[in-house]
Design a protein around this ligand. Structure first.
Ligand code: ATP
Ligand code: MG
Length: 351
């Protein structure tokens, strides 16, 4: 009897212990759950203090700042200036836009295509071109081989898909499109086109708005731009009075028939490019401004002879009028640096 009593007592104690332990475990579980929930909330709330997020703080998209920069620093490109600002304003203000904004910049070397892209990146992203949402590809370096076009297409598709998953306000820039393998850009069509990408990914959050921006840069069509501007000049039309319409179809035609990434491209055939933006060849008056800025940046007020010397290194064409700088404002930094260095060493007293 005593034995049975003792066994019952032990069982009772064991059961009580179990119930107690279970209670503690539940409390512990609840506590750790709450703590991890709190931790996640805090992480989610404060991670953006330390790292870039897809938020307004990191993507101010400050078009007033862009407009100011274009007015102050971009010379002789009033068509590009207006077209780009209007396109971006339209895109940001249209909350029902089903299509990514797609612009294609065309023009001779050194006329400001990359320069403007940098300005756009700075105005859009707090981290400028360093932003994780700014993606830059160079046709010549990133996609050098025609025979690897299928691999490149696959890679590119993944990068863009993942980029848009990370942040729908991403920007994708393709430089030197004319050096890209033919057909590569066709892989972009679903991302550029009306909502195709969003529909197919069932990304319900962004079904009604496609906020991405795609920009292509190339020299295609630039011979036609130069020829046409020269013709207008000969007819007495001032550069300032030329309009986008004077160049747009010309450039699209040039891009489509010339060799390179756009050649016989679906990207063009499906008309997904919203704006063809011509960058006009720069005249002496514009190059002088670039030179003056470059001297001033080095703390030197240039004399006319210094400007003349720098200009003498540049080639102007086409013959016989030689109205335009063949390399625009490209590589003038090096010339200016040499002139400044020489002047400074000439004026140093000899020991
Ligand atoms: N229109 C311009 N106004 C002011 N500065 C300019 C202009 N165009 C070019 N520059 C200056 O020349 C530099 C080179 O220009 P940029 O790299 O933008 O040329 P690009 O049009 O991209 O030429 P490419 O076709 O050879 O790539 C710029 O960093 C800038 O300092
Ligand atoms: Mg360039």
């Amino acid at each position: 009897m005593n034995l049975i009593k003792r066994a019952l007592m032990l069982l009772l104690i064991f059961t009580k212990f179990l119930a107690f332990a279970q209670g503690e475990l539940i409390t512990l579980g609840v506590l750790s759950g709450a703590l991890s929930g709190l931790g996640y909330y805090a992480y989610d709330k404060y991670k953006c203090v330390y790292q870039e997020c897809c938020t307004d703080e990191y993507i101010p998209a400050d078009l007033d700042r862009l407009e100011y920069a274009l007015t102050a620093k971009l010379y002789g490109q009033q068509i590009a200036h207006e077209t780009i600002i209007n396109a971006l304003r339209g895109h940001l203000e249209n909350h029902n836009s089903h299509k990514a904004l797609v612009m294609s910049f065309h023009g001779t070397p050194g006329t400001g295509k990359n320069y403007v892209v940098q300005m756009i990146a700075k105005a859009f992203y707090k981290n400028g071109v360093q932003s994780n949402y700014f993606h830059f590809f160079n046709g010549r370096n990133d996609f050098p081989l025609q025979r690897k076009v299928d691999d490149y297409q696959e890679e590119l598709y993944k990068i863009i898909f993942n980029g848009l998953q990370q942040c729908e306000r991403s920007m994708f820039v393709f430089d030197e499109v004319d050096k890209m393998p033919e057909g590569l850009l066709n892989v972009l069509v679903p991302f550029l086109d009306y909502n195709n990408y969003h529909k197919s990914t069932k990304n319900s959050k962004s079904v009604y708005q496609n906020k991405a921006i795609f920009i292509f840069l190339s020299n295609t069509g630039s011979t036609k731009i130069v020829q046409h501007l020269k013709n207008l000049w000969e007819k007495g039309k001032k550069r300032e009075d030329t309009k986008l319409q004077d160049f747009e179809t010309l450039v699209a035609g040039g891009a489509f028939t010339e060799k390179g990434g756009f050649h016989h491209s679906d990207t063009i055939q499906t008309s997904v490019i919203d704006h063809y933006v011509p960058f006009l060849p720069l005249e002496e008056v514009h190059v002088r401004k670039c030179l003056a800025r470059s001297f001033t940046d080095r703390g030197v007020t240039p004399k006319e002879e210094m400007l003349q010397e720098a200009l003498s290194y540049l080639t102007f064409g086409p013959e016989p009028l030689n109205l335009y700088s063949m390399a625009g404002c490209k590589r003038i930094e090096q010339k200016v640096a040499t002139i400044v260095y020489r002047k400074q060493s000439e004026s140093k007293p000899i020991d």
